[in-house]
Design a protein around this ligand. Structure first.
Ligand SMILES: Nc1nc2c(ncn2[C@@H]2O[C@H](COP(=O)(O)OP(=O)(O)OP(=O)(O)O)[C@@H](O)[C@H]2O)c(=O)[nH]1
Length: 395
């Protein structure tokens, strides 16, 4: 499907910058933009062209908002239609969905995203999804696991929003509360929210600053796997089960539910000559170029790892109302029986009444991958922890 991806604030800008570095020119990436109040943060992006970066909110004087979500919300309301217009030169009406990416512990991204989501929903008939990067508990920890490089300001300093010397985690005392408020607002105003549990992805002792390249790479890979699934480069290879925007919309839902993304890859030998019929997909009589048991094993392994391995957010029991499975890779490796079997296994594993699936042939690719999207999941522990950080959301 064709999406317009918008990075808001420091974290959002850096994640979409990584997406541009890895996927610019891919057909699914119909549009890409980075919006921030912070000139320096926008200026440090490397892969998004100048014309796709937009600084808003003159009232912030070109700086970050130091975690002041109240100010962020005000700027978001005032500038929502201006931000909507800043997409116009990339033909937003042709996008089949909008994807907002932001760090919900901050103020610039968290303030603007709900208002922009509402604006886009009014202007276009396409769903708006949010990728919500969660803060780590250490960022707002009063005891300050932040370390010596942390800044004392309310949000760990504007700028890039990250630590200074020493690569320490910045102190953002309001990060949890900001996250609770912004997650609530996004759930009200978007079709679905995909939280990314930063803390769960950090190694022991690692800070966001140390790990941001890797974290942003993980996010970019998953965004590309989900939205790129139905948009191959080579139209000579047609997937057996084409995945389109309405399949994703059906699987993910439209009521602001929480959704999780699991993803796994396995390197495989590309078949010597790529057959356009693929081994399992069409039951071709072409000579087999891939050992069937190796193909079955690769498909089974990636589906299990994408399901039971580390997801963007851990969910209790792994159950979901709806599940979407995408299996991709060189066509000869996409064994049809193994995919059908994986789908049955996944239905039992998640208890989902509805499992949608699609395949994503990648001619000449060097890996098989599986993406598992679960929506309508039980509330993840980390989300409950964040929600209960403000009394009015504690139930
Ligand atoms: N994955 C990832 N998370 C980040 C990165 N930088 C910051 N974060 C997280 O995102 C949160 C918000 O930071 P920013 O996006 O810089 O904040 P902002 O929206 O620009 O808002 P202000 O700095 O308050 O103006 C932080 O609390 C971190 O949890 C990054 O490069 N990658």
């Amino acid at each position: 499907m064709r999406v317009h991806v918008i990075g808001l604030g420091g974290a959002g800008g850096r994640v979409v910058d990584r997406l541009a570095a890895d996927h610019d020119g891919d057909p699914f990436l119909h549009g890409i933009s980075a919006f921030d109040t912070d000139m320096e943060a926008l200026g440090s992006l490397q892969s998004i062209g100048e014309e796709r970066r937009y600084r808003f909110g003159d009232a912030a004087g070109g700086d970050g908002l130091d975690g002041d979500l109240h100010a962020g919300r005000e700027l978001g309301e005032v500038h929502a239609s201006e931000l909507g217009r800043a997409l116009d030169d990339q033909c937003p009406s042709l996008a089949e969905a909008f994807v907002l990416v932001l760090g919900v512990g901050g103020a610039a991204g968290g303030g603007a995203a709900p208002a922009l989501a509402a604006e886009l929903e009014t202007l276009y008939d396409a769903p708006v999804y949010a990728i919500a990067v969660l803060p780590t508990p250490a960022e707002s920890d009063a005891d300050g696991e932040a370390g010596p490089g942390a800044e004392a300001g309310p949000a760990g300093g504007g700028g890039s929003g990250r630590g200074g010397d020493g690569g320490s985690t910045p102190r953002r005392p309001l990060a949890e509360k900001n996250a609770a408020r912004t997650l609530g607002a996004l759930s009200d105003r978007t079709a679905a929210v995909f939280p990314f549990d930063t803390d769960a992805w950090l190694g022991g002792g690692e800070t966001i600053d140390d790990a941001s390249d890797r974290l942003n790479g993980v996010l970019a890979d998953r965004i590309a796997a989900l939205f790129g699934a139905g948009e191959g480069d080579d139209d000579a290879i047609t997937p057996q089960q084409v995945l389109d925007a309405s399949d994703v919309a059906r699987a993910v839902g439209d009521a602001g539910e929480t959704a999780a993304l699991g993803y796994a890859t396995q390197e495989v030998e590309p078949p010597e000559t790529e057959s356009r019929f693929g081994l399992g997909l069409f039951g071709s009589s072409e000579p087999e170029k891939v050992d069937t048991s190796a193909a079955v094993s690769a498909v089974e392994t990636v589906i299990r790892k994408a399901t039971r391995g580390k997801n963007t957010v851990e969910m209790p029991e792994g159950r979901a109302d709806r599940t979407l499975l995408v299996v991709g890779g060189p066509p000869a490796w996409l064994n049809r029986e193994a995919i059908a079997e994986g789908r049955r296994w996944l239905a039992e594993e998640t208890g989902s009444g509805a499992i949608l699936s699609g395949d994503a042939p990648v001619p000449g690719g060097g890996e098989v991958f599986a993406l598992v999207v679960r929506s309508g999941i039980d509330e993840p522990d980390r989300i409950r922890e964040i929600r209960t950080s403000i009394p009015d959301r504690a139930e």
